[in-house]
Design a protein. Structure first.
Length: 126
C-alpha cells in the first residue's frame, strides 16, 4: 500500500529569526527519515527560544553534536523527495517565522539566501 508522504520541521523558535533544527519526512511505505541540523554551521543562526525547546525537546547542544550541515540536509532531501510527492499546508504565522527555509527548485532542495516572503501562498506542492 502506498502511504501519503509528509514533511515536518522543528524550529529554533517562533520568531522571525528562527531557523530549522530538525526535518523529518516519510517515504511511501510510512518509514520516517529524520535529521537534526547543526545551527552552528550557518553564520547568523543565533536565535533560540527555551520555551520552544521545551515543546520540541531538542537542545541547541544536541543539534550541534548530532546535527548535519543544512546543505547536506538539502542533498538528503533531494535524494529522498521527488517533485510532487509532498503537499504542504502552513498557517500564516508559521510562514512568517521562516520555517519554510528549504524549498525545492529544479528537482533539488535548496536553502535560499533570504527568508521567503510572507506574501507567498500558504500551500506548496513540491
Amino acid at each position: 500500500m502506498i502511504m501519503p508522504r509528509f514533511l515536518d520541521v522543528e524550529a529554533s523558535s517562533l520568531s522571525i529569526d528562527s531557523y530549522p533544527i530538525e526535518i523529518a519526512w516519510s517515504d511511501h511505505q510510512g518509514n520516517i527519515e529524520r535529521r537534526l541540523i547543526n545551527p552552528y554551521a550557518v553564520d547568523g543562526w543565533r536565535d533560540w527560544d527555551y520555551n520552544a525547546q521545551q515543546m520540541h525537546g531538542l537542545s541547541r547542544k544536541q543539534c550541534r553534536e548530532e546535527g548535519i550541515h543544512p546543505k547536506q540536509m538539502c542533498n538528503l532531501m533531494s535524494q529522498s523527495i521527488k517533485p510532487g510527492e509532498i503537499s504542504m499546508r502552513m498557517a500564516g504565522h508559521l510562514m512568517r517565522t521562516g520555517l519554510m527555509f528549504f524549498i525545492q527548485k529544479d528537482q533539488h532542495w535548496v536553502m535560499p539566501n533570504s527568508k521567503l516572503s510572507t506574501q507567498m501562498p500558504l500551500c506548496f506542492h513540491f
